[in-house]
Design a protein around this ligand. Structure first.
Ligand SMILES: Cc1cc2nc3c(=O)[nH]c(=O)nc-3n(C[C@H](O)[C@H](O)[C@H](O)COP(=O)(O)OP(=O)(O)OC[C@H]3O[C@@H](n4cnc5c(N)ncnc54)[C@H](O)[C@@H]3O)c2cc1C
Length: 420
């Protein structure tokens, strides 16, 4: 089946909530995700196995409905014409047709370069969490979790549950900002419960606030990291097997941009611009979840619900569902304020530190350029398989510029998928 009333890209919380709302209203819904299972980042692996009852309820209702078709391991490449999406599966390509489209493509981690960050054993915080959820063995391994944001706690808890020894959690945000954020949780009791659960799971793990990783060291593979703690003049060395380091999340806006949807800057991030009913600047295309701004699972669910109702023609019901979204938007704003990156992180890379990992372009080759285009033309920065998705987040922090266009196909594709 390739023709849908509502096609949803992304099977994370936002996409599942959108699909569920649309299916409940009688629409024929397709859900596309490049992972083998639904669930997105937070419910990775299998929504039916999650402790969050919302994951189980959404997936059991959707998977038992004859009006929902799930297309796993299917990646959207581009739109050959309005109402069509070219997708690639593990073995084939196909064109999907839709009446309304909901983009729920989530976010990715922001990785920042520092000396040694390309050593084997250094990963993103969510990256190592995702690997461990997929079965990567960490039993008995010493892990430093570092960077910024609540994902560090979630990641450390997952890694610990898989048998890793968490040496420390190294959070760059300063103590006053963290205290303000904690006080703000009073308005979101479910987040307090979550925080208490995480702190119980992480009892005994040092949480080093106001601290950041300076460099990673090892002979061929990671052996230690050096960290700077605020108020402590000496650099501290932590021995470890893995460093899981990520500096917050960046919305995945590339597919929306490729479809002509406008973006705006919000809380220091480039996000897809949507109206009150989650519709983008392109009529008939909606966006929900982290693509419209990083705000956590509750905001993703609220936005997905609105988008699914609106996309299936139930605008009045969608209007009535706006209040919970406003509540979680405020949480998103507090999140952004609390975990603003400290300026010192811009100064860690040396001239020989690689910034663009796909094309091996170093900080020394980039720092004299005035913008992304000049750097790209003269150094090949951002021209590898990730098309600037990793280094673009870093160049924005380091030099104030980021990718200025999206090239199609938006992800690496087989030649046979894109040649007619
Ligand atoms: C690595 C990582 C780990 C995280 N871990 C946690 C955690 O443990 N706890 C927590 O509270 N929050 C976590 N988060 C934050 C979490 O993602 C959000 O809170 C929320 O779940 C976002 O929901 P979403 O539906 O917007 O996006 P996501 O859950 O990210 O879902 C988006 C989905 O779209 C798919 N997709 C994107 N582009 C395409 C395309 N072109 N074609 C096909 N499919 C596509 C992605 O593969 C993904 O499955 C994590 C985020 C990241 C990036």
């Amino acid at each position: 089946m390739t023709r849908f009333d509502v096609l949803v890209v992304g099977a994370g919380p936002a996409g599942l909530a959108a699909a569920h709302a649309a299916v409940e209203k009688g629409a024929l819904v397709g859900v596309v995700d490049d992972n083998p299972n639904a669930g997105g980042q937070i419910w990775r692996g299998d929504p039916e196995q999650q402790s969050d009852p919302r994951a189980r309820q959404l997936w059991s209702a959707l998977s038992s409905s004859r009006r929902m078709v799930f297309l796993p391991q299917t990646r959207v490449l581009y739109a050959p014409q309005p109402g069509h999406l070219l997708v690639q599966t593990a073995s084939a390509s196909a064109t999907l047709h839709y009446d309304k489209l909901v983009l729920a493509t989530g976010a990715r981690e922001r990785l920042l370069p520092f000396p040694g960050w390309t050593l084997p054993g250094v990963t993103g915080a969510g990256g190592l969490q995702a690997l461990s959820k997929g079965g990567y063995p960490l039993q008995g391994k010493r892990v430093v979790v570092a960077g910024s944001g609540p994902l560090l706690l979630a990641s450390a808890a997952t890694l610990k549950s898989k048998g890793a020894h968490i040496v420390a959690i190294v959070e760059q945000a300063a103590t006053p900002a963290l205290l303000r954020f904690a006080a703000g949780l009073l308005s979101t009791p479910s987040k307090i419960t979550q925080a208490l659960q995480l702190s119980a799971q992480l009892r005994g793990v040092p949480y080093l606030r106001n601290s950041y990783v300076l460099s990673a060291h090892g002979d061929g593979t990671l052996q230690s990291v050096q960290i700077q703690r605020s108020g402590v003049p000496e650099v501290e060395t932590l021995q470890c097997d893995y460093l899981a380091c990520g500096y917050g999340l960046l919305p995945n806006v590339e597919l929306a941009q490729a479809l002509g949807c406008a973006t705006v800057s919000e809380n220091g991030q480039t996000v897809v611009k949507v109206d009150a009913l989650q519709m983008t600047s392109v009529p008939g295309i909606y966006c929900a979840g982290e693509g419209t701004g990083v705000g956590g699972v509750d905001l993703a669910l609220a936005e997905g619900h609105i988008a699914g109702l609106a996309a299936s023609g139930n605008e009045v019901l969608a209007q009535e569902a706006i209040a919970p979204r406003a509540h979680w938007k405020k949480f998103a704003d507090r999140l952004a304020r609390a975990f603003v990156l400290r300026p010192e992180l811009r100064t860690l890379a040396g001239d020989d530190t690689i910034v663009c990992r796909c094309e091996d372009v170093c900080h020394g080759d980039l720092r004299t350029h005035t913008g992304w285009r000049s750097a790209k033309l003269q150094t090949r920065c951002g021209m590898g398989p990730c098309q600037g998705r990793i280094c673009g987040g870093a160049t924005e922090v380091l030099y104030g510029w980021r990718p200025d266009a999206v090239r199609l196909p938006i992800s690496p594709a087989r030649i046979s998928s894109i040649i007619e």
